[in-house]
Design a protein around this ligand. Sequence first.
Ligand code: DX5
Ligand code: ZN
Length: 565
Amino acid sequence: MRHLEIIILNGISNVGVNSVGLNMRYLELKRKVQNVRMLAIQGIAEAGSGHPGASFSAAEIMGALYFHKMNHRPNKPDWEERDFFINSKAHSAPGHYATFAVAGYIPLEEIKTLRKLGSRLQGHPVRYSERQKEHSFPGIEYSGGSEGIGLSVAIGIALAKKRDGKKNRIYALIGDGESNEGQIWEAAMSAPKFKLDNLVVILDRNNIQQDGFTEDIMPLDPVRDKWSAFNWNVIEINGHKIEQLIDALNRVEKVEDRPSIIIANTVKGNGIKHMANTPQWHGKAPPRKHIPILLDELQSEVLIAPSIIAGERENYEEKIKKAERGGADLIHLDVMDGKFVPNVSFFADTIKNLRKLTSIPFDAHLMIENPVDSVQQYIDARCDVITVHGEVCNESDFLEINQMLLKAGISPGIALNPATPYPTWLDDHLNNIDVIIVMSVNPGFAGQKFIPEMLDKMADIGKILKRNNYKGFIEADGGIDATTLQQVFDAGARIMVTGNAVYGSADINSNIIQLRHKANVAIELKLLEYATLMDIRSDWIKSRKHILIPFAKEVGIEEELHAIK
Ligand code: DX5
Ligand code: ZN
């Protein structure tokens, strides 16, 4: 049988350095989680079986833990001081193995041995032991499969560590289907009795179990109240937002004398639209021929970054809140000093105040004359992404800034004005750059007209980056609206700064929804094109019918859909 060639985005450093207290280098973390999904789905397709649903609903949860929060050493899995991760919903194993691979525990290639005879990566993971050397591996703390048991194991470890006065923290992932098991509730009762504040449970609340919706099979709600009544500290978040996960994981560290549970609201199969929220994808492999398109979909995610200087120059707090509620992914902060650009907006002190409002990632675009002199202020203001302009930094300035950003755990970026060509010295530093802003207007003001020539520039830069295995994102900034968004998407941009298109009219919520819709149209068109190229167009449309129906007219497949019915 021919093996799939394992594809991931190159350049991701897979050595797990995890330092609590730093920012999270948000865009890199985002890419790592994308890589986890890519690896997991390839492993499942290669095996012809496995669980994409849970692997995908828990991808950010595991990513936030292994790529940021947990103290662990991929090259010394049994390190005494490590934090423990007990995966009680062990059928999410493909996602867990892929997380181990991206974190540097096992070679990426090994994912294609998933579920094979003699492999260490069994359908349900086996805790390492000498006796079972061939099908277990160091890193797996708990042999799972029978649901409902992992939480009790986690409690045992937490209790032992506490009694021994150790600092290790214990994280346990449980499922909502798994919560049907009585043992979960016996465990829930006991952890508060022992005051296990070193224990954090994360509930992957995706609302689906095996072959149906949890609330039909065995209603779990009001789940929050249930855990509160058992005397747990409860936090509820969106489990696909890395920033919310990390924020919650930081907050529970301060809780004393009680265990904590983070109810992570997730979508089963999240990442591949036709798998999302459909019980049939709980445990089914996609056909191998779909893999290239699925990988393309996973890399096509679009991040919308509203720029708060657009519209009225006030009420930044309200603007951020509204953008967040409308589903924005980042908040774009245009810092203008009146020298580099003929306009003044706000500086680090304003950002510092806004930071208290929200955990949504801040994407700071510094349009300032001497970024080396003042970048520290923006680091201190806890921006998540900081971009400086190529026109005001030479290679050595850039490197100085870059080192400061990396040290602080901030995603570094560089911005290029319309007239500025791609600086060739960037080639040597692409591993340390998470975003390249290709300006599509001359910077200084929101609401300007998009410069169409920038589409070719963006595509050309995209080619250079591809040749260099660039792992980061291209960001389009200036004049992005419902029309140009599709164009810059096709030219390779995946982060969209949107000023006027979001804040230029009153209904911020609908504006973001419309832009998101346009992004989805662009994605569907791209995937359809790919399916045509691969000669599986009708098969693809059939698998994705329920997603494509609402787009039928815009992507021009009404007749084809009709023929399938
Ligand atoms: C331009 C800024 C942009 C701009 C975006 O100097 O960097 O972020 O304000 O606003 P629109 O989308 O209105 O061009
Ligand atoms: Zn900007």
